[in-house]
Design a protein around this ligand. Structure first.
Ligand SMILES: [Zn+2]
Ligand SMILES: [Zn+2]
Length: 243
């Protein structure tokens, strides 16, 4: 299942069920011995994700951090399972979602009251779920070196308040979270902490990145020409992205 996108970037597709499961990306040049996971996925997908990480040839002891593009349940739900297997990994995310999560406020994670009720009717959670310690709170514009590959953190709120993307200039490669997908699709903008006007501004910002390789967290990945799809998404959704 896992697929190498470029040297040092792997895609682990989500396994959708009655709820979607986000993709995971694994970043790091093997010789560097420093790997990063981007997003985890839904609850109960931990063993699948761990098996796929192993198939990428990435030793768990070399996984140094988990970066969350945002904290919706289909991305953070299996964080506790992964941290059980990789207890030394740090958790990084944008401060606007880290602060409520650390306080025990899970409203952003569940998305809305109806989704929370639906999920809780199928499954029980520890009281603090999915609250975890956040080791680094990002603000946007940080220049990171992830296992030898440079990435800039781009704050792209709108789908959720602390949504971030990771941009690699050399390959014009962009991990877009749930903000923009292939084929002109965008993330929902009706959930807790979403904001359609911010989403429009974030899409404008992504258009300016002139993305080639577009790596969203659901549906297919785009190996080249991501730019056209981002522009299509921005143009066709702009009329709806108003307050
Ligand atoms: Zn998602
Ligand atoms: Zn989401």
């Amino acid at each position: 299942m896992a697929e190498r996108i470029i040297e040092g970037v792997w895609w682990i597709p989500g396994l959708d069920g009655y709820l979607p499961d986000s993709h995971m990306y694994v970043i790091g040049i093997p010789a560097d011995g420093d790997f990063t996971l981007v997003d985890c996925g839904l609850m109960d997908k931990g063993s699948y994700k761990l098996e796929q990480i192993d198939k990428c040839g990435v030793p768990l002891k070399q996984v140094k951090r988990i970066i969350m593009t945002h904290t919706h349940l289909d991305h953070i739900g299996c964080l506790p399972e992964l941290l059980e297997a990789i207890p030394h990994a740090e958790v990084w995310m944008h401060k606007d979602e880290a602060v409520p999560l650390e306080r025990g406020d899970n409203r952003i994670a569940f998305g809305n009251a109806m989704l929370e009720m639906m999920v809780r009717s199928q499954r029980s959670f520890a009281d603090d779920f999915p609250t975890r310690k956040v080791h680094r709170k990002l603000e946007g514009d940080e220049e990171l070196s992830l296992g030898g590959i440079p990435f800039r953190v781009i704050h792209i709120p709108g789908h959720s308040i602390g949504g971030i993307g990771l941009f690699n200039e050399e390959h014009r490669l962009f991990l877009s979270g749930d903000t923009v997908y292939a084929d002109g699709a965008i993330g929902r903008f009706d959930l807790v902490s979403a904001d359609p006007v911010q989403l429009k501004q974030s899409l404008d910002l992504i258009v300016n990145l002139r993305v080639d390789i577009l790596l969203p967290c659901h549906n297919r990945v785009v190996h080249s020409g991501g730019d056209r799809m981002v522009r299509l998404a921005r143009d066709q959704w702009a009329p709806y992205l108003v307050r």
